[in-house]
Design a protein around this ligand. Structure first.
Ligand code: S5P
Length: 279
């Protein structure tokens, strides 16, 4: 049977059981974009302007709403309007990491009410399976999807080896809610014990640490190209932040648009090569 590495986004969308995963795969196919833009800026105005500019070229916006200094709930309403206007999904990169009861509260409540508007979110597997139980109690009834951080892009990351394998086993045990991973490579069959089979599992791999012009940021971040990520490592979505909005919080919309177009094209070309090479 063909693995998800060799299948098109469209055919994977048809088969996926999770609503959020299906919506993301359909959006990727419809817009011919496997580009997620990560918008880590501290002012509402910058945040919304960048998203409005890159909107046509992306399948997903990744947010860290807790870094927005002038946050109020209206920014979420504007974000939702932009999501409809430009046809993209939303991923709050919250990296939950606590006991089930606490993460359920952090996900549903507080100032940000993440579960109410974010189609996808993510969690560190470090607390064990109870973190999935806690988040699923909030997210599943809303049709949300969860990604586990199986690996990280940073130099010296501890998320390797047995830790990564356990993360994949945790995901495999909750296929209704866990739709894939933040990781640097495909995870098909990782962590399978003797006699176990991967069946028709289809994990989505969303990959940060993507840049065309630099190899790092001087703070531990490591960048690879869309081609390395999508074609060589078999990942599904490239996550690009500063490579698109630059050092000036995206002050020049034409420059931001040009970079978004460039990364969209590179990511899609790498996917097309992957499919062609394996079909
Ligand atoms: O391993 C990781 C996981 C994540 S979610 N490495 C990462 O860089 N990230 C996030 O991706 C990080 O929090 C940031 O929001 C984004 C990368 O941003 P860039 O500006 O370095 O492209």
């Amino acid at each position: 049977m063909a693995t998800s590495f060799t299948q098109t986004y469209a055919s994977r969308a048809e088969k996926h059981a999770n609503q959020a995963a299906r919506a993301l795969l359909e959006t990727i196919e419809r817009k011919r974009s496997n580009l997620c833009v990560s918008v880590d800026v501290t002012k509402q105005a910058d945040f919304l302007r960048i998203i409005d500019v890159v909107g046509p070229y992306i399948c997903l916006v990744k947010t860290h709403v807790d870094v927005i200094e002038d946050f109020d709930y209206s920014v979420i309403e504007r974000l939702q309007e932009l999501s409809t206007k430009h046809d993209f999904q939303i991923f709050e990169d919250r990296k939950f990491a606590d006991i089930g009861n606490t993460v359920a509260l952090q996900y549903s409540s507080g100032v940000h009410k993440i579960a109410h508007w974010s189609h996808l979110t993510n969690a560190h597997p470090v607390p064990g399976p109870s973190i999935i139980t806690g988040l699923a109690s909030v997210g599943l009834p809303l049709g949300r999807g969860l990604l586990l951080l199986a690996e990280m892009s940073t130099k010296g990351s501890l998320a390797t080896g047995a830790y990564t394998e356990e993360a994949v086993r945790m995901a495999r045990a909750s296929p209704d809610f866990v739709i894939g991973f933040i990781a640097q490579r495909r995870m098909d069959g990782v962590g399978l014990r003797e006699g176990e089979s991967a069946g028709d599992e289809d994990f989505l791999i969303l990959t940060p640490g993507v840049g065309l012009d630099t190899k790092g940021d001087g703070m531990g971040q490591q960048y690879r190209t869309p081609r390395q990520v999508v074609l060589e490592s078999g990942c599904d979505v490239i996550i690009v932040g500063r490579g698109i909005y630059g050092k000036d919080n995206g002050a020049n919309p034409d420059a931001v648009r040009a970079q978004a177009e460039r990364y969209r094209e590179e990511g899609w070309k790498a996917y097309q090569e992957r499919i062609a090479a394996t079909s």
